[in-house]
Design a binder for this molecule. Structure first.
Ligand SMILES: [Zn+2]
Length: 66
């Protein structure tokens, strides 16, 4: 399953907001809300569908052998 195009934006904003707030406190969600006022819909979509997403794919550039 592929995520709707709005979901990656939400993930990036969510993770960037963790630079300011380590936990999922009200202050954290307020920060997310400032950038994405409809974040709740996106968060709910991920909660319902995140486990069904196929994250296996080839890397965009070949990874160096280690
Ligand atoms: Zn988080």
């Amino acid at each position: 399953m592929m995520a709707p195009p709005t979901i990656p934006d939400y993930i990036v904003v969510h993770e960037l907001c963790h630079f300011h707030h380590v936990d999922h406190t009200d202050a954290f969600w307020n920060e997310v809300n400032k950038i994405l006022p409809n974040y709740r819909e996106r968060n709910e979509w991920l909660r319902k569908n995140g486990a069904a997403m196929d994250v296996r794919r080839k890397p965009l550039i070949p990874l160096p052998a280690v």
